[in-house]
Design a binder for this molecule. Structure first.
Ligand code: ASP
Length: 434
């Protein structure tokens, strides 16, 4: 049994609804569909959720929100008209309008995009509509996992072929509460986990994740399989992926997530799995991602590594100044702190002064304009020469490596380069492995 989630671009207009129907009806095991609100599409340049939030803002200042609401109305009315749906969408829209005008909460207002879209899709597919307020529960501001899990499985097991709105549930006071933006991914994951689906298909507008950013590497290959952990590393380094929290529920039961393209349904996409088995051997490098905007603070002091408490003192300075340390490579006489530049602006002089007072170093220097690149791949553990290959490729491309860090899990190798070398480095590493 498969649980499907369709993102906003997959449901932006009637033509997209048709593609969704073809996909949902293409095999009997596709039994549950979770939907986002209509996103940007051919006809509309706006995401319905953004428009709803604008309506909320205006209404909360007693301002007229008719103009914005009209765009929302048109989006849904056009879908209903083009697909010849029976749902009285105008009445539902009128009711929602009144609720916003009468002071509906922000979360309630934002959730209506998914609510209406699910009603329309269930009509179009001829499937059940199950409201998320009856199966997803929050308590003290957090998801009530146990109650949600039990409710989903109780309600939905009885109702195969259902459409469920993503993004929201209900709290202990009976009020609608949403997840953070992009949260329909989480709803899909919760449903897949509670029903112990064989696979969670997440349908979007790309055929999976690419090995490297296509703006940097032309015709980058698609990642066929990636583990949850590898994906975490890549998304931390800026690769655009799913909502972070959406991995958590399915991970519990090891349910694979298959990222697919509604506009190109034949593509296999990327499958996120818990671990590789012998059939799904990874290439040594699964993905490459990177970010700009780092600084390196280098502290030099002879034999610092044998001085008790030296690193602790440095770390406590950064802790009290609320600067997280991304990486901390060291040698006998120097240590480099890699930090986000944005986190040290306006504080740098103070930090340097404090490090000087606490550790009495020989010198401290700071270099800005550093980019970090993560080369991620579980397969690196068992293969010799991966780092050699990376450094040879960078050397041949005339890149000066400013920092190297490899965790003992060997899941990734992180290198620091100057901003100007960023794209060249990613291309060189990609070409070395693909
Ligand atoms: N519609 C919501 C948003 O735009 C949730 C989602 O699409 O996942 O954030």
């Amino acid at each position: 049994m498969k649980v499907l989630k369709f993102g906003g671009s997959s449901l932006a207009d009637a033509d997209q609804f048709k593609k969704v129907k073809d996909i949902a009806f293409s095999s009997d095991d596709r039994q549950y569909v979770v939907v986002s609100a209509p996103g940007k599409g051919v006809r509309s340049n706006h995401k319905v959720t953004d428009l709803l939030l604008m309506c909320y803002q205006l209404a909360s200042h007693d301002l007229n929100f008719n103009e914005v609401y009209e765009i929302i109305e048109n989006t849904y009315c056009e879908i209903a008209r083009d697909l010849k749906l029976e749902t009285d969408v105008k009445s539902i829209l009128k009711e929602i309008y009144k609720q916003i005008q009468n002071g509906a909460t922000k979360d309630f207002t934002a959730s209506r995009g998914e609510y209406l879209n699910a009603i329309l899709l269930s009509d179009y597919l001829g499937w059940n509509f199950v409201d998320s307020k009856d199966i997803i529960f929050f308590k003290n501001g957090e998801l009530d996992e146990e109650k949600t899990d039990i409710s989903i499985s109780k309600v939905l097991r009885e109702k195969p072929y259902s459409v469920i709105p993503g993004f929201y549930g209900i709290d202990e006071n009976g009020k609608i509460k949403t997840f953070s933006r992009g949260g329909s991914d989480i709803t899909g994951s919760l449903v897949a986990n509670a029903l112990k689906a064989d696979i969670y298909e997440n349908w979007t507008d790309v055929s999976g994740f690419l090995v490297a950013d296509p703006k940097i590497v032309e015709n980058s290959k698609t990642i066929e399989y990636i583990t949850y952990r590898e994906l975490r590393e890549l998304s931390y380094m800026g690769a655009p992926v799913l909502h972070e929290d959406s991995i958590v529920p399915v991970k519990k039961n090891g349910i694979p997530i298959n990222i697919r393209n509604t506009n190109s349904p034949k593509d296999d996409g990327t499958t996120i799995i818990s671990s590789y088995d012998s059939k799904k051997t990874s290439s040594k490098v699964t993905g490459i991602a990177g970010k700009h905007g780092f600084s390196v603070i280098t502290i030099e002091k002879t034999f610092m590594n044998s001085e008790f408490g030296f690193f602790r003192k440095i770390m406590s300075v950064l802790e009290t100044n609320e600067v997280p340390i991304e990486h901390m490579p060291s040698s006998i006489d120097t240590v480099s702190l890699i930090v986000e530049t944005g986190k040290i602006v306006n504080k740098l002089d103070k930090i340097i002064e404090e490090i000087k007072i606490y550790t009495n170093p020989k010198s401290i220097s700071v270099e800005h304009g550093i980019s970090l690149i993560a080369i991620v791949g579980k397969g690196m553990v068992n293969s010799k020469g991966t780092s050699g290959k990376i450094f040879t490729a960078l050397g041949n491309s005339d890149v000066n490596i400013r920092m190297i860090s490899q965790g003992s899990s060997e899941l990734n190798i992180i290198i620091g380069v100057q901003d100007k070398d960023f794209e060249r480095s990613i291309r060189a590493i990609y070409n070395a492995f693909y």
